[in-house]
Design a protein around this ligand. Sequence first.
Ligand code: ZN
Length: 492
Amino acid sequence: MNQILDAYKPIWSLKHAISLMGWDFETYMPRKGTEERGLADSQLHILHKDLLLNKNFIDLVELSKKLESLSDLEKGIIRVLDRQITKQTKIPKDLTEVESLLRIRGNMAWREAREKSNFKMYAPHLEKMIEIQKQIAAKLGYDKHPYNALLDNFEEQLTVDDLDKIFGTLTPRIQKILKKLQDSNSPFCKEHKFVKTNYDIKRVSDLNHDILTLMQYDLNRFRMDISTHPFTESMGLNDIRITTRYEGFDFKKSIFGTIHEAGHALYDLQCDQSLSFTPIEGGSSLALHESQSRFWENIVGRSLPFVRLISPLIRNQVNFANQTTDDELYLYFNNVKADHIRVDADEVTYNLHIAIRYEVEKKIFGDELNISEIPEYWNDRMEQLLGVRPTKDSEGMLQDTHWSSGLFGYFPTYTLGNLISAIIDSKMRKDMESYNEDIMKGNLNPIREWLRLKIHQYGSAYAPKVLLDKSLNEGYNPDYFLTYLENKYLGI
Ligand SMILES: [Zn+2]
């Protein structure tokens, strides 16, 4: 095993450099550096693939697969490497190159098309990208549905069967909750004036740092910067960075964006240090990662005890909120509104957006939907599920960047993350009697420790389904999330 980890060091170092370059690209790189960075990035990726597929390295991994009495962590290292090698071997180099070219061009075309809300400008690029993804799915191989090959790229062993079952339960019950809220003219549905109130960016930035201090983030291993699209990037286990953004109005977006990314960061910050420099440092899957960010953002962050905890900080930094009550802040943070844009969606309607993307992607790869039919189909489904019809494509299928970068199969992990966050909440409450009181007092250590022991410490040693079963005794079960919504919003 030591031999493998030694041989892995140059691969780890390349990943470290690629991550740092990615972070820099989104934060401080001068705009004209794009082409140089693009070349450097693609060359490093090729080098990464070459190192991974080096015959000596593959032999080492093959040999270790036959070893007996391996620990769970060692098995995890082999599983992760074997998965990467198998996938990289199946996809020929020229396909990878075409894909990365299409990514750059497609992304540029998508940006312009979205700005002008002109689907036709983007359609030829989308068509090529889908064609390439179909070829990739064929090369990777799959059971039953081609989309399964792509789903597995983002969430190990996730299938169409899993998702059909999940959304089959989730979608109608969320629709019911939404309808009840709307019909009863619930206070959750009243839009607060803060949504349109401008704020002082410096003060809200200070507020974000106050909240992170309260959550005890160690600034020797962690930092926060600003970017257009907030994200978390880990260079390793001791250099983890998040970003946030300041739109200048509706201050809740900035603080909950910050808490969301901080939740991602905590996963990596609490991985066991013995996993440093190994292929299993960092989270088990995208869904598990999203469960951590959503847990802190929604389940803890938007709860009344947490509102009570941070409301003095808010009143101190946000001058127009200095007379606002905790209950009023709570309603502002939890406003429910069926609308067009996924990233702005509340926790009730959010997964309906994902249900539509899932349906569309499944149909695309099942050859049931042509490119030209997507906008109409999308808008129809928005109207049926959310009751709002996009009037332009920038409010509809052009709103997200994922497809332009070839990320088909990614969206469902957002919903899985939400489902897991509610499972965690339910299990944690059973283990911790003073859960609410602890949050209200700012004693977040028991929660952090619970997450560390059950999830964070293992990194990606276990495949997501295995970890869920082992630590939470559950699968991607939607019932917990639905019960959580019904309790919170309907008081059931
Ligand atoms: Zn996230």
